[in-house]
Design a protein. Structure first.
Length: 109
């Protein structure tokens, strides 16, 4: 799968300044781990955000967002923001903030 280095750079800039954040190659793109927990990822098909089970209902009405699906199974609490949605700075910031809020509620690994 092709990486989107421009999107990876934008997401890295959005997350800059967070303590205990590291970047790893994963899922055909880059992923960001906050305190050892997967926060989000970016690749050619947009930004994947970890919102947590039960925390993703608000994203259902956003046309550029969709639940993460693996095979035929919907992954509860994971939402992909399309490349068009990820290009919207305010929308991307909203998704990343929601992912951060959830991941910060988890114990560090």
């Amino acid at each position: 799968m092709a990486r989107d280095e421009g999107l990876e750079t934008v997401v890295a800039e959005d997350l800059s300044g967070l303590a205990d954040l590291r970047t790893v190659k994963m899922f055909g793109g880059l992923a960001w781990m906050l305190r050892g927990n997967l926060l989000c990822g970016a690749r050619h098909d947009g930004v994947l955000c970890r919102l947590g089970k039960g925390n993703d209902g608000w994203a259902e009405g956003i046309p550029t967002a969709s639940p993460m699906v693996m095979g035929e199974r919907r992954m509860e609490g994971w939402v992909r923001l399309s490349p068009e949605g990820a290009a919207d700075d305010a929308l991307r910031a909203r998704f990343l903030a929601a992912a951060r809020a959830f991941v910060e509620s988890l114990p560090a690994k």
